[in-house]
Design a protein around this ligand. Structure first.
Ligand code: 3HC
Length: 692
């Protein structure tokens, strides 16, 4: 009776209004129009006593249509639709299957009640796009779940389960769907309609009464979540809208929400995060990778029960993949399994896993000292000591102990995959899977395509990383791949800045003010300075200040002193470090000078961009946006700044080229000269990230 993508069917007085806009029921203009038309017809249809709003199995609705942003949204707008639904004179129930996200959840919250399938997921992820909920979410969510929980959900952007939503009051019933979810939802709707006049969500006051009576409560409640928020600009805007909606009125909150939403939509921070949304999806489709070539991984193996190996084993088990962990020494194996056990218990106490889930994962992880126990493995990930010889020996052993079709991956951070593969008889089944520490938590995996890696091996590594919930990005072979190669360039500049006149805290502060959670020196202290020192010695390279600190036993947090001194985790500037730095500068005949924060930022970031451009020239990464995904997901580059290549585009490649040329001349460091791809981008005015 109405235009697609909305269909209506009336059964026993309940109008089933179905949204059908694949793939995720984004609330684009056609769907909004369809819903408005349907409501207009149903309002005056005497056969209809109530409305059941339902979506598709995969999605009730994933929210506003992101592709409409920037083009201006035509009427009926989402806020208009939401208002119409809430004011509808007959009871409306939203039946949630799949996801109800952003504007999708806002639509559901404007219904007079909500029921959900147990597998449904609900959330307001706008903050991940640098936005705030823009269709009444900042007003209605606190009225349903209370201000504290609402702020957690709006500022955290996380999805919650139907069960959690029921506990919070966000849904009214979880229907198990024994006789069919829709049938049960219709029955529930009829009963709900018969039970009396529904209350509009915006008129509910019980959960916000306390906060409304005590101005300042919302800001106070938001403090913790705001400290952790990924986009502080959107975070602050969201808190202002929630505050107005509680302390003033729902209407006033709506006005503030609308203004802040529009402001954020136009901001560079949101543009960066919307770009990243597309970039992450592009990275899921690597060039020259055939997803159909992936082998099914029913059983996995991990070599090495250290921090990385244990983390990888946990990640595999959390996706239900049985995993055998091999260690050379009994003691190391027991220590590793003990660490896994401890991590699982901690995650139960933090509520990120249930006791039941932890038990299931524990049961999937088996330890052994025999390579022969990997005979059934479809994929083995080696996570042993970062040493080429050690890895080559392991791969040669693996080659003889696994089945012929098994895929072998190395979790190396720097080493040449092709050299590791050369020690096997089947180099085509070898690839790199570079996880980030802690591997059970960090999302990024650089999936490294070796010179001989087969399409099957690459697709299997990639698909497995996706299956365990990671963000895989395909890269080629070079020292440090994409992420660490660019990090090394930054580290070199950071050390050089100390030598020329800066102090660790100045350099670190510049990066934390930019939006990184930690600067390079605080990070080095946390990771331990001795590791880099040992590597440098092995490679015959030096970092004069880093080396000098290590020579005095300052290895970082673990020794209570490094670039800073520590009391517990509390960091302090240390005059002894200043002395060491000044001494080393003098030894190198460097006259120390005052260095501006602007120079520090440019010297740290522009050489990284330059290295990114070289990486593109060498085709180590498929696209500039892949580099950005790597930096945001693996190195905490602030998402609201899009990633190094996006940042370069915003700055203009010509500016980056000009500054790099200047620094190359000023410091005599030829490696700072602009890369060809960067120069071309500057000359042609073509952005690096275009088409991402
Ligand atoms: N608008 C337009 N397209 C969308 C979309 C949206 N809201 N959500 C997803 N899509 C597209 C994706 O771009 C992708 O397109 P592609 O196939 O061309 O690459 C396709 O739908 C499938 O999406 P995924 O590949 O991401 O599929 P998954 O199954 O992995 O994930 C999902 C599904 C969980 C729904 C995920 O897509 C997602 O998180 N979407 C974004 C949800 C979101 O942020 N909603 C808030 C929007 S802002 C808003 O609502 C403002 C409001 O407050 C006014």
């Amino acid at each position: 009776m109405t235009s697609q993508p909305v269909s209506v069917q009336i059964t026993d007085g309940v109008a089933h209004v179905r949204m059908d806009n694949p793939p995720v029921n984004a609330l684009g203009v056609a769907l909004r129009e369809g819903l408005m038309d349907a409501l207009a017809e149903l309002e005056h249809n005497d056969d209809v006593t109530s409305v059941l709003l339902i979506g598709q199995p995969k999605a009730f609705s994933a929210g506003a249509d992101i592709t409409e942003f920037g083009t201006g949204t035509s009427s009926p707008t989402l806020p208009e639709l939401v208002a119409r639904l809430e004011d509808f004179p007959k009871p409306v129930v939203a039946a949630i299957t799949g996801v109800a996200l952003g504007g999708g959840l806002e639509l559901a919250m404007a219904a007079h009640a909500r029921v959900a399938l147990p597998t449904a997921k609900l959330g307001l992820p706008e903050i991940s796009l640098g936005l705030i909920p823009g269709a009444g979410g900042t007003g209605r969510l606190p009225r349903l779940v209370g201000p504290q929980r609402a702020l957690e959900l709006i500022l955290g952007g996380k999805q919650i389960s139907a069960e959690a939503a029921l506990k919070d009051g966000l849904v009214d019933a979880v229907l198990d769907g024994v006789s069919g979810f829709e049938t049960e939802a219709a029955r529930w709707t009829a009963e709900f309609a018969a039970s009396g006049e529904p209350v509009r969500t915006q008129d509910r006051t019980d959960k916000i009464a306390d906060a409304a009576a005590k101005p300042g409560t919302v800001v106070e409640l938001a403090a913790t979540a705001l400290r952790k928020v990924k986009d502080p600009f959107a975070g602050k805007a969201a808190v202002e809208a929630v505050t107005a909606g509680i302390e003033e009125s729902f209407e006033r909150g709506t006005v503030v929400e609308r203004a802040k939403f529009q402001e954020r939509l136009k901001s560079s921070e949101s543009a960066a995060q919307r770009y990243l949304f597309a970039a992450e999806r592009a990275a899921r489709k690597p060039r020259n990778l055939d997803p159909a070539a992936a082998r099914d991984v029913k059983q996995a193996g991990v070599v090495g029960a250290g921090t990385m190996g244990g983390g990888i084993a946990m990640a595999l088990a959390s996706a239900g993949i049985p995993v055998t962990v091999v260690e050379a020494q009994q003691e190391a194996l027991e220590r590793g399994l003990g660490m896994i056990e401890k991590n699982l218990s901690v995650s139960v106490s933090h509520g990120s896993r249930t006791e039941n889930q932890a038990a299931q994962q524990r049961a999937l992880i088996t330890g052994t000292m025999e390579y022969a126990d990997l005979g059934d493995a479809d994929l083995v990930i080696e996570a042993a000591f970062e040493d080429l010889q050690v890895k080559k020996e392991i791969f040669a052993t693996l080659d003889h102990n696994v089945k012929p079709e098994a895929v072998l991956a190395t979790n190396t951070s720097y080493l040449n995959i092709d050299e590791i593969a050369a020690g096997t008889e089947h180099a085509e089944r070898v690839l790199g899977m570079h996880f980030f520490s802690p591997a059970n938590v960090m999302p990024l995996v650089e999936v490294v395509r070796g010179g001989q890696t087969s399409p099957e091996a690459l697709a299997t590594g990639f698909a497995t990383a996706r299956r365990i919930g990671k963000t895989p990005v395909v890269v080629g072979v070079c020292h440090g791949f994409v992420g660490n190669r660019m990090l090394e360039v930054r580290s070199r500049q950071a050390e050089q800045l100390l030598l020329e006149g800066a102090l660790p805290s100045q350099v670190d502060d510049v990066l934390t003010n930019f939006g990184f959670r930690m600067g390079p020196f605080a990070m080095a202290d946390m990771a331990g300075l001795d590791i880099g020192w040992r590597n440098r010695k092995a490679q015959g390279t030096t970092a004069p200040i880093g080396d000098a600190l290590c020579e005095t036993g300052r290895y970082g947090q673990k020794t209570g002193s490094g670039y800073y001194s520590y009391e517990g985790r509390e960091r302090r500037n240390d005059p002894a470090v200043t002395e060491i730095i000044e001494r080393v500068s003098a030894e190198h005949n460097v006259t120390r000078r005052e260095i501006s924060n602007e120079e520090i930022l440019e010297r740290l970031l522009f050489p990284m961009i330059n290295e990114g451009a070289r990486i593109l020239e060498e085709k180590i990464a498929d696209r500039a946006s892949d580099i950005d995904v790597i930096w945001v997901k693996g190195y905490n580059w602030p998402a609201y700044r899009g990633g190094p290549m996006w940042y370069a585009d915003q700055m203009g490649a010509a500016v980056v080229v000009e500054r790099l040329t200047h620094y190359a001349e000023a410091t005599g460091d030829a490696s700072l000269r602009p890369a060809q791809a960067l120069q071309e981008s500057a000359d042609g005015g073509v952005s690096l990230t275009e088409g991402a």
